[in-house]
Ligand binder design. Structure first.
Ligand code: ATP
Length: 198
């Protein structure tokens, strides 16, 4: 089985595209979702509180992801420290998940900061979802009910699409003029070939 990384900048449409691959029967691991789940684990919560203080807790004494985001996305070092806690856990969890996907020609990990985290070497093939920045910002503001500046703050921690395109094997343009399903179907067939299925 080969492993494909599915990545793209905030609001590019990774999750939307990942649903198409799920529809094709491909197993998809959602790394960013998993990372959010780990924040709910007691031992992770304690580590995060010891780094950033109790100000990141909500009324129910759980980690408030909006408060945490406001702290880490304004400070590169704090973001790295949070990633140092979460990323190894996600990586180990992904390996266990992969072991359960035997029988599939390939599996996908959807992960936003694949290149930024130095994960490119973990994958046999990389699929990048791109979309114009204005469209990405508009989508995220609408989806999350946040303002443009908070989206821009996150974008500043990501590499540009121009830097990621030459490092990717396949690129999907989610610009509302090219049909997503057609592009995903072509790449699915290509990944099957890459995996040795003819
Ligand atoms: P994030 O990095 O924030 O997790 P993402 O790359 O996974 O984002 P999605 O959540 O798939 O992006 O898409 C962002 C929003 O834009 C969602 O609300 C989604 O429904 C919408 N969207 C994505 N692609 C399209 C499209 N082609 N047409 C209309 N809406 C779209």
């Amino acid at each position: 089985m080969i492993l494909a990384g599915l990545t793209g900048n905030i609001g590019s449409g990774k999750t939307t595209v990942s649903r198409l691959f799920t529809m094709f029967g491909v197993p998809v691991y959602h790394a960013d979702e998993k990372g959010k789940q780990f924040l709910g684990h007691d031992e992770v919560k304690e580590q995060v509180i010891s780094l950033f203080g109790r100000g990141i807790l909500g009324n129910g004494q759980e980690i408030d992801r909006k408060k945490l985001a406001a702290v880490v996305f304004g400070d590169k070092e704090k973001l790295s420290k949070l990633n140092e806690i979460i990323h190894p856990m996600v990586r180990a969890d992904f390996r266990q998940w992969v072991d359960k996907q035997k029988g599939h020609p390939y599996a996908i990990q959807e992960v936003a900061i694949l290149f930024e985290s130095g994960l490119a070497g973990d994958f046999d093939k990389i699929v990048l979802v791109t979309a114009p920045e204005s469209l990405r910002i508009g989508r995220v503001c609408k989806r999350d009910g946040v303002d443009e500046e908070s989206v821009r703050q996150r974008i500043r921690h990501q590499w540009s699409e121009e830097d990621k395109i030459p490092l990717s094997d396949y690129v999907i343009q989610n610009n509302e003029s090219s049909l997503l399903i057609d592009q995903a179907a072509v790449i699915h067939r290509q990944l099957l070939k890459d995996a040795g299925v003819t």
